[in-house]
Design a protein around this ligand. Structure first.
Ligand code: SF4
Ligand code: SF4
Length: 344
């Protein structure tokens, strides 16, 4: 498995990392088998989060005592909350020190103000770093302009940025990637296979890794077959073939007008419709399991789609130019189908 430097951390991480959302859907024994196979194949960067159900616990069970790098995340925005989460993560992951601890899903200016302000999450992370409980500080988010703002304000103390980057989400190339590269911040590319909806995973991963600013990419994996297929990309010839380029072109042709970038710029909707959750609901159910349908109140969210009255307020705010009202109806039907709740 090829490795790359994770920015200025000095960690040499495998090009293919392990995204820890889908192991939530596996039994403990199956999840451990999948994670152990990843280790065997040279995957050395494992990413999870406090918010990914029992993913941390499963990683702890599979990876305790192993030579690899573990990254996790907390959605707490205050110092006390994130310090408590670090203690829980250390216990779940069975480690004395976590390699990268990330502020999870920073997506608004308000999130940044809270996290960087006095008594904020960053302060808690720096305290934990001094105590030797975490090695490096990271951040994850879906909104590129917000991440750019954050790096401009705190790039001297943030070592790793995890962002959406794949053949359909390329805007990080304009500002975020060069900015991080200038500060030698490690970049982890998430949603390498569009949250499980791309039909050309290997080509997409190769395309991502063809950008030298990227330290690694961490597609979610639920099965040994997925682990073996993804790991192969990190060992085979990295050059994009004509077939890879065609697969990516075809992906772009089919999905560009439907693919939600999860940025949240369309919100708020005057009818309170949770547009982002509906737009990515199929991916969430595929990666996190059917339980997510009940746990995140999808039944009520799907009902609210009927409230859309085509006011079109959301349309000019969407950087991807999606026809949101039309897609909401299509997505609602798809989510009901996936959740086995019947269409309509
Ligand atoms: S068009 Fe529909 S979804 Fe968009 S803002 Fe208006 S009511 Fe909300
Ligand atoms: S619908 Fe558009 S604006 Fe809303 S989250 Fe998706 S890409 Fe962003």
């Amino acid at each position: 498995m090829r490795t790359r430097s994770l920015g200025r951390t000095g960690l040499q991480v495998s090009e293919i990392g392990f995204g820890g959302i889908p192991v939530m859907t596996r039994t403990a024994a199956d999840a451990v088998a999948v994670l152990r196979r990843a280790l065997e194949l040279g995957i050395s960067y494992f990413d999870t989060a406090r918010g990914y159900g029992d993913s941390e616990v499963k990683m702890g069970r599979a990876l305790a005592g192993e030579q690899c790098f573990v990254a996790t995340k907390s959605s707490a925005r205050d110092a006390e909350g994130i310090r408590k989460d670090i203690e829980d993560s250390l216990r779940n992951l069975r480690r004395e020190c976590i390699d990268v601890y990330q502020m999870h899903h920073l997506s608004t200016k308000d999130d940044i103000a809270k996290a960087l302000g006095s008594g904020g999450a960053l302060e808690g992370l720096q305290q934990a770093q001094k105590q030797g409980k975490i090695r490096f500080i990271g951040v994850s988010g879906h909104n590129r302009p917000v991440l750019v703002d954050l790096v401009r304000q705190a790039g001297d103390v943030i070592d790793v940025v995890q962002t959406l980057f794949n053949p359909l989400e390329t805007d990080a190339l304009e500002t975020l990637l060069p900015l991080c590269a200038d500060s030698r911040i490690g970049i982890v590319a998430m949603k390498a296979v569009g949250g499980g909806i791309f039909d050309c995973p290997a080509a997409s991963i190769k395309w991502i890794l063809s950008h030298s600013e990227i330290s690694c990419t961490d597609p979610g994996m639920a099965t040994i077959q997925e682990v073996e297929a993804n790991a192969r990309v990190g060992t085979e010839d990295p050059a994009l073939t004509d077939a890879d380029r065609q697969a990516i072109e075809s992906l772009r042709t089919r999905l560009t007008s439907q693919y939600c970038r999860r940025c949240g710029d369309c919100l708020p909707c005057p009818k309170g419709i949770d547009i982002v959750s509906i737009m990515i609901g199929d991916s969430l159910i595929m990666r996190m399991g059917r339980e997510i349908y009940e746990n995140r109140g999808f039944v009520q969210k799907l009902e609210s789609v009927h409230e859309c009255y085509d006011c079109e307020e959301c349309l000019p705010k969407c950087p991807a130019g999606l026809n949101i009202p039309e897609l909401l109806t299509l997505q609602a039907a798809r989510i009901r189908e996936l959740a086995g709740a019947g269409a309509g």
